[in-house]
Design a protein around this ligand. Sequence first.
Ligand code: ATR
Length: 291
Amino acid sequence: METPLINGRTRVVGIFGDPVEHTFSPAMHNAAFAALCLNFAYLPFRVRKEELPAAVAGLRALGLVGVNVTVPHKEAVLPYLDEVTPEAKLIGAVNTVVNRNGRLTGYNTDATGFLRALREAGCEPAGAEAVVLGAGGAARAVCMALGMAGARRIVVFNRTYERAQALSREVQANTETTAVALPWEDLNKRKADVFQAAGVVIQTTSIGMHPEKSACPAVSPAAFRKNQLVVDLIYNPVETRFLQMAAEAGAATQNGLRMLLYQGIAAFELWTGSSPPEEIMLQGLAAMKGA
Ligand code: ATR
């Protein structure tokens, strides 16, 4: 199918972030627009922190259909929107904005994308016992998604212990899930049992991400087992050392590409009202590897 040319009717979506040079999202969305002959274009917008209010006003003024929002704006954007879904409000972060005639609604498709990826890998979050490494923005979306989906228990390890405590308190306060915080130093102590009890382990920190590919959280290989799913939200490299170690110990593994794909699919549906060609979006992402 031919790629529609940009013309006077082209509708614009994009991503607000800083940095944005390395984003995979334009490749994923533009491939889908082309395949469906939708006259849309997805552009990167580098928005500095202090320019976020102006950028949101610009989104309205220019009539953009919507945007993805990424680091460092996911939390800061909330006050500038007209409404925020209950899920996004609970997570405290928005990654997708939809502009309906100047009225801006914030969504969190990271959470829905994460849950879909988890289910696809055969892990039902309802009743699950999970271990989460990290307590930053990504961990927050993961923990709240697990909480909202009815996970039984989440154990959060984080380098800055106070952040792990704050996140687990919030999960406990807002969902039915039991949440426990443990210090990062405990990872390489006698905590293999905490991991062994977990059906799913989710690595959300940047440890092991390109270009620091040899880095790995100090978890013992004895932490992993068969019939356990180990997810690393990193997708570059495709297999982190952490995932490699889990796979060698017999666990099922999943990298962050699926969550990226599914959050993108959910955003695409919100903006266009159409179901995207998922395989083509995945190919768009795959083409970015090593870019
Ligand atoms: P994101 O939105 O990707 O989650 P973030 O909010 O900056 O980004 O969070 C980064 C996470 O990775 C945090 O949990 C961070 O730990 P701290 O809360 O102690 O900062 C974790 N992290 C990053 N580098 C790390 C390292 N070298 N060792 C341990 N944890 C690390």
